[in-house]
Each structure stands twice: as structure tokens, then as C-alpha cells.
Design a protein around this ligand. Structure first.
Ligand code: ADP
Length: 159
């Protein structure tokens, strides 16, 4: 059983995240989408909201599971018997941070391999941060995120 963890803040989930999940689930028997709990970043959506938006966006796919985690990612991966961590790489700008994280995680647990997946080109400029910024300013985000997320953003930034 090859299991992978796809960790992140998912604040909120975008079509870019869904693209990575779709690619990862073809490579692994099971993918656990793991929402970080103890995020240093100030999240717009609560942990419960982020989990719920993911659940609705992904729907019922038999080899994708949604979970939450706090503490060290490699410990969560080991507890779930996962052999890989999946991360998305959009641009060179992602590389430095991701490279550092991957090597640090390898130091912490050499049994867990980090795998990078590139999304479809049209998603390479998408980030949760930019989506929140557009929504905050009243822009239309409906082609970048699932419908439920567009609605939830609309409610957060009701004018
Ligand atoms: P984090 O706060 O850990 O960066 P995010 O929710 O922003 O969490 O992203 C989780 C993972 O998904 C990261 O590996 C990030 O690079 C990747 N990701 C985010 N947006 C995209 C996208 N548009 N295309 C591909 N990967 C993405």
C-alpha cells in the first residue's frame, strides 16, 4: 500500500490544489490531504471551514482522504504509514523554500520521500493568497476555485 500525504494550509483550496490531488492519486494507492492545524500564518478560514471546503470540493473519491494534523509533518506521515509527502511546485520562487523543507524533513525522517508535482500551466500562477486578495477587493474568483469556495469567499468579504 503506497500512501502519500499532501500537506498544506488550504486557506482556501483552489483549482491548483485539486490539480495536484488528481495527479497524486494516480501515483499512489491512497492520498491523505492533510490540513495544517498549527499554522504560523493567520488563516482566513477556520480549520473546520478549510476541512469542510476541501470535503465538498473533492467529493467522494475512493483513494483520497482528508485529515488534519499538527506538529511535525514527518511524524504525522510515519503515524499514517505514508512513504511520501507530495508538494506542488508552481514556479522557481517556490523552489528555495520547498527544497529547504524537503531536505530538513529528510534529515528528520529519511524514510519519508518528498515528491514534487507541477500543476497544469494555467494553475501555475494560482495561490490561496492571491485568491483571497482578489476576493477581498471584490473580484471574480469563480474560474480559479470550486463553486463552494467562491461562495464562502463571497460571504467572508460581504460588502
Ligand atoms: P502551504 O501554506 O503549506 O504553502 P498551501 O495550501 O498554500 O500550503 O499549499 C499546499 C501545497 O500546494 C504546497 O506544496 C503548494 O506549493 C501547493 N500549491 C498551492 N497552490 C498550487 C497551485 N496553484 N498549483 C500547484 N501547487 C500548488
Amino acid at each position: 500500500m503506497k500512501r502519500a500525504i499532501y500537506p498544506g494550509s488550504f486557506d482556501p483550496v483552489t483549482n491548483g490544489h485539486l490539480d495536484v490531488i488528481e495527479r497524486a492519486r494516480k501515483l499512489f494507492d491512497e492520498v491523505i490531504v492533510a490540513v495544517a492545524h498549527n499554522d504560523q500564518k493567520q488563516a482566513l478560514f477556520s480549520l473546520e471551514e478549510r476541512l469542510e471546503l476541501l470535503k465538498t470540493s473533492i467529493g467522494n473519491i475512493d483513494n483520497v482522504r482528508i485529515a488534519q494534523f499538527d506538529g511535525l509533518l514527518v511524524e504525522f506521515a510515519a503515524a499514517q504509514s505514508a512513504s511520501a509527502v507530495v508538494r506542488g511546485l508552481r514556479a522557481v520562487s517556490d523552489f528555495e523554500f520547498e527544497f529547504q523543507m524537503a531536505l530538513m524533513n529528510r534529515k528528520l525522517n529519511s524514510d519519508v520521500e518528498t515528491i514534487f508535482l507541477m500543476p497544469k500551466e494555467e494553475y501555475t500562477y494560482l495561490s490561496s493568497r492571491i485568491i483571497k486578495e482578489i476576493a477581498r477587493l471584490g473580484g471574480d474568483v469563480s474560474s480559479f476555485v470550486p463553486d463552494v469556495v467562491a461562495k464562502a469567499l463571497g460571504n467572508k468579504f460581504k460588502r
